[in-house]
Write a new protein. Structure first.
Length: 512
């Protein structure tokens, strides 16, 4: 690309705001699915005769396919067109959801979940990178990412509410069938509205060794953490998975540094702003995934909330995320450097998490849990918004899909790590508390039940302390590594992309 061509501003797509509606709808569907199935799992397990030992695979099959295939999906979107990948991903996700809703046994359910993950891995990076080429004005892009960030952040909690309603008042199968109208509307809208600009495709041949090594390496990593949660960190297969993952991913990095057309060009990772986003966001998601799990169990098991009431109890976090993303992050993104939103945002979330370390069996929801959720939501919403817009900072437009996929990959892997790591910490603290009060538990009666509840809460608060530290680390990474200025302010130019004049490309390269 010539210097002159690179510097020429692109005309704004007149249908960009309509396109955002359908892109955001698809994102909402994918995020909802991550939590909605959790609520329905007990009912589905009973109906389909899935054993306790295999029920985790309903969640794990999706996570393995989604996390393992994200980089491949991102490169397919770059190569074959983001609009095409987006629509194919939507249609495939809808068909896989129909299969899950109609499942008549364990095998059919697990197959459907794996297919959902595979098509989600194609859909998610295509959706994110589409925004990169549709919003060319910095202020408009900030608003678009504010909306998108609010959906990405709050959609999981919305899934808890919707999952509770569908499971309690209809049937668990509707937690799958509900995806179909979302997908149809988004696919038809995308087909009619989205006009992807020419010139952003990556025509290089597909890096097959990279696909195999990255997919198997990420699958081994996600499965290792998932298995650690149930079988323990010293389990032989758990250790084997971690070792295999390390070897496969090291081989992947070596191959990517040698091949002519890599699946994941190392320049995508090595630019400090993008690297800072991937690392800080991945760590933050470790903290958040664990919290969702602990609060859900605390509210339902300790406080006795119904699934629907539990879903509504998460509304303050959703409100905080929407406010932080659209009213703080989007408004300030064009005025202050991103690190001054991400760093303080993660610290504010850590403050909310710090409040939750004070959880007790009799803790008041309005006095403790509600304000903690508001702080968490405000902090994460404020931080997520600039993080998403920076994830393809300075990248060659032909790499926008795989750069967007890296954000999803960091979150997916972070979620798997967070669930396993924080669950293990919580379980250890709970066991230690019960051991210290073994005599009272053995005596039985109301006192024993109270001690068991206190042991659970002790475990949660111990794990939440770790989550506080992780969020503080996220803040430190964001403040240290991210050094770009506010959009349009002439901050440091991205380096390391090896594209010569393309370092000055004026195409807005965004991200998740």
């Amino acid at each position: 690309m010539s210097k002159t061509a690179a510097s020429a501003p692109l005309a704004a797509d007149p249908s960009r705001w309509k396109a955002l509606v359908f892109i955001a709808l698809a994102q909402l569907m994918v995020v909802l699915d991550a939590t909605i199935v959790n609520i329905a799992l007990p009912s589905a397990q009973t109906d389909l005769g899935i054993s306790d030992g295999n029920r985790q695979w309903v969640i794990t099959a999706y996570a393995l396919a989604f996390g393992g295939l994200l980089l491949f999906g991102g490169r397919i979107a770059d190569k074959w067109g983001r609009k095409n990948a987006f629509i194919v991903g939507l249609i495939g996700f809808a068909l896989a959801s129909a299969l899950g809703g109609a499942a008549n046994g364990e095998a059919m359910m697990l197959g459907a979940r794996a297919l959902q993950g595979a098509f989600g891995a194609l859909l998610a990076p295509a959706a994110l990178s589409l925004l990169a080429v549709m919003f060319t004005d910095a202020k408009e892009r900030a608003k678009a990412f504010g909306i998108y960030g609010a959906i990405a952040g709050g959609g999981g909690a919305v899934g808890l509410i919707l999952g509770g309603f569908l499971t309690e008042y209809l049937n668990w199968r509707w937690t799958f069938f509900v995806n179909i109208p979302f997908a149809i509307v988004a696919a038809v809208g995308a087909w009619m509205i989205i006009r992807e600009p020419a010139g952003g495709h990556n025509r290089a041949p597909l890096d097959i060794p990279g696909v195999i090594l990255s997919t198997t390496g990420l699958v081994a990593l996600v499965y290792g953490f998932t298995r650690a949660e149930s079988a323990g960190w010293s389990d032989a297969l758990t250790v084997t998975m971690f070792v295999a993952s390390a070897v496969l991913l090291a081989a992947f990095v070596f191959v990517e540094s040698r091949v002519k057309s890599p699946l994941l060009p190392l320049r995508v990772l090595l630019e400090r702003n993008r690297g800072g986003v991937y690392l800080s966001l991945g760590l933050a998601v470790i903290a958040m995934f664990g919290l969702f799990l602990f609060l859900t169990y605390y509210l339902q098991v300790v406080k006795g909330f119904s699934p629907v009431k539990t879903g509504f109890a998460f509304l303050p976090m959703i409100a905080g995320m929407i406010t932080g993303s659209t009213q703080i992050g989007a408004r300030l993104m064009t005025r202050v450097p991103p690190r001054l939103l991400m760093g303080p945002g993660f610290l504010l979330a850590a403050t909310g998490m710090l409040l939750l370390t004070q959880l007790e069996v009799g803790s008041s929801y309005p006095a403790l849990i509600l304000p903690a959720q508001l702080l968490l939501g405000l902090g994460m919403g404020t931080a997520f918004m600039p993080a998403m817009s920076l994830a393809t900072h300075g990248v060659n437009p032909a790499d926008a899909g795989v750069a967007s996929a890296m954000v999803n990959t960091s979150q997916q892997v972070g979620g798997a790590i967070g669930t396993a790591l924080l669950n293990t910490i919580a379980a250890s603290a709970t066991t230690a508390y019960l051991t210290d009060h073994a005599a009272a538990v053995a005596a039985g009666g109301p006192a024993a039940k109270l001690i068991q509840a206190q042991a659970m809460v002790e475990g949660y608060s111990s794990a939440i302390w770790w989550a506080v530290g992780i969020l503080v680390a996220s803040s430190a990474i964001a403040l240290t590594l991210i050094n770009t200025g506010r959009p349009g302010a002439g901050g440091p130019v991205a380096s390391g992309d090896g594209v010569g004049a393309d370092a000055d490309v004026k195409i807005p390269v965004i991200a998740h």
